[in-house]
Design a protein around this ligand. Structure first.
Ligand SMILES: [Zn+2]
Length: 282
């Protein structure tokens, strides 16, 4: 069922919805199949850095069709659009994306508010939801191998600033810096649960954690209990696919379809494990 960001998040009260960035229709189908299998809502994401590379404009009709073909609420999300990418945001909204993340976290507070409020306005006329970000998450979205192990050295999001940001922008969800990073960690990150609790205590706006690949199940569970309501997971899907590539590299047959099916099966296993975990193992 086609749903916007708010509809997807409110379909799973008290727990977190998984957001999985995809590079093709196979990956998107794996997300939708997993949602249907577990009867949980899910978010299919396209990172702004992949938008052109995967030809998102050509893929969009199929992704819209996917949302319509499944019973569970599914949102189509543009992930980490930068302040200079307003034309891409407009394009994504025209293509039927139901959720946009504007990442102005590298800007000064007032400039972040300004661009985020502007995107929220653009989204509203389409009935789409908007996610903002306050506080920098380390590493680069969509790049598995740049994981930072120094996330804890970056400042965590402050609750008083989060309250002002939400009030001044009208965001439907807020990504916060709590010690996680994009990409693959070489050591388990230290998550600052009090930051999550403090911000959750002052707002009903769902809080978002980026960089879940490599975070322990226990840390994810504690984060959800503290107030995280959307979790982004991506690098693990690349790891899973590449493991299958390496495993199949010695194959002498040319059965590409069977290979793709094995990759898809691997993705569904990973996605279902994550979705169950975020949903409180229901
Ligand atoms: Zn991210």
């Amino acid at each position: 069922m086609r749903a916007n960001l708010t509809e997807v998040l409110s379909a799973l009260p008290g727990a977190a919805v998984g957001s999985f960035n995809v590079l093709d229709l196979d990956m998107a189908t794996a997300v939708a199949d997993s949602a249907e299998q577990l009867q949980l809502p899910a978010i299919i994401g396209v990172a702004s850095r992949h938008f052109e590379a995967i030809r998102a404009p050509l893929l969009a009709p199929a992704l819209r069709g996917l949302m319509d073909a499944y019973q569970q609420p599914l949102a189509l999300h543009l992930d980490h659009a930068a302040p200079h990418q307003l034309p891409m945001i407009q394009h994504a909204l025209d293509l039927g994306f139901t959720s946009i993340m504007i990442d102005g976290s590298h800007l000064e507070f007032d400039a972040n508010v300004e661009v985020t409020a502007r995107v929220a306005e653009m989204c509203r006329s389409y009935g789409a939801g908007v996610e903002g970000e306050l506080g920098a998450v380390a590493g680069e979205e969509g790049v598995a191998d740049t994981g930072s192990d120094h996330a804890e050295e970056l400042p965590y999001t402050r609750a008083d600033e989060a309250a002002r940001f939400i009030a001044q922008t009208g965001v439907d969800a807020l990504a916060i810096a709590v010690g996680t990073a994009h990409g693959i960690y070489t050591q388990e990150p230290h998550i600052h649960y009090d930051t999550i609790r403090n911000i959750a205590a002052i707002t009903d706006v769902p809080l978002v954690m980026h960089g879940a690949t490599g975070v322990s199940d226990a840390a994810i569970q504690t984060s959800v209990m503290a107030g995280i309501r959307k979790i982004n997971f991506f690098s693990g899907l690349l790891q899973g696919a590449m493991a299958e590539v390496r495993h199949s590299a010695g194959n002498r047959n040319n059965d590409y379809l069977a290979f793709k099916q094995r990759v898809g099966q691997g993705w569904r296993g990973l996605i279902e494990d994550q979705m169950r975990l975020y949903a409180g193992n229901r």
